[in-house]
Design a protein around this ligand. Structure first.
Ligand code: HEC
Length: 237
């Protein structure tokens, strides 16, 4: 082998073994000197990229707030990250609208004072005047016409238990029956129907009556009952 052939041979060998040196290392796709163009957007060689329905390479999905992987979802009302509290809203097309009590979206029907949807406040069965025998905390009526205090079952027992011992037989005011009470005592008729403020009976139960002593034998709620009974007309009911 002459010298120039030897040089050529060594050169070819050198070239062959130092392929990397000249062409660069294999890229991630196995292409010597390649530029990784085979990587998908997630960096996976020959991968298919982000899967349909996902928003990143970690399998996350888009939250309703627009943030990838936030985990926020629409509630039953269509509100992002909502609390599903107002089902009435959800049944309306417009989330701002509310169903009225008749089920109409954006309607104006409301539950009346008697608890009746779209009612006219006249169907109540109770009354809201505290101390009335038919007091009801769940029903209201605009006036007191349906409220009552029964003389026989409420007022007479109060008088029997607290007053009749002195006002039963010995002349003057007799409180043992409706008829006798309405006759009154030495100072006249004690009851002015419809006006407890103008009734001697009530005046004598309060401090500093205009004559004689306070009849200090009743609780405040008992006095209120007698006042109401008078204000409701002092009926023999
Ligand atoms: C311990 C006895 C006694 C008791 C109990 C009593 N009274 Fe009297 N009451 C009197 C006497 C005595 C008078 C008359 C003197 C006066 O007016 O203070 C009177 C007067 C009255 C008068 C005025 C009558 C009038 O026309 O002059 C009224 C009204 C009255 N009492 C209501 C009541 C009521 C209601 C009760 C029960 C809550 C009651 N009294 C309990 C003794 C009593």
């Amino acid at each position: 082998m002459n010298f120039s052939i030897k040089i050529l041979f060594i050169s070819v060998l050198f070239l062959f073994s130092c392929e990397d040196f000249f062409y660069g290392e294999e890229d991630l796709c196995g292409v010597p000197g390649g530029d990784n163009k085979c990587l998908d957007e997630c960096g996976v060689p020959n991968g298919t990229g982000i899967s349909a329905g996902e928003c990143d390479c970690n399998g996350n999905i888009l939250g309703c707030d627009g943030e990838c992987g936030s985990g926020q979802e629409y509630d039953i009302c269509g509100v992002c990250n909502g609390l599903e509290i107002n089902i009435l809203n959800c049944q309306c097309d417009n989330p701002i609208e509310v169903q009225d009590c008749l089920g109409e979206c954006g309607g104006s029907a409301i539950i009346d004072d008697c608890g009746v949807c779209n009612g006219n406040n006249v169907s109540c069965t109770g009354c809201m005047i505290l101390g009335s025998d038919n007091y009801s905390s769940s029903h209201t009526i605009p006036d007191n016409e349906n409220c009552f205090v029964s003389y026989n079952s409420t007022i007479q027992p109060i008088l029997d238990n607290n007053c009749v011992v002195c006002h039963g037989s010995s002349g003057g005011l007799n409180l043992s029956s409706y008829d006798l009470l309405m006759i009154g005592g030495d100072n006249g008729v004690g009851v002015t129907p419809g006006n407890s403020q103008q009734s001697i009976l009530i005046e004598k139960l309060m401090p500093n009556p205009s004559f004689g002593d306070q009849m200090d034998y009743l609780t405040e709620s008992m006095i209120n009952k007698i006042s109401l009974w008078i204000d409701f007309g002092a009926l023999d009911n």
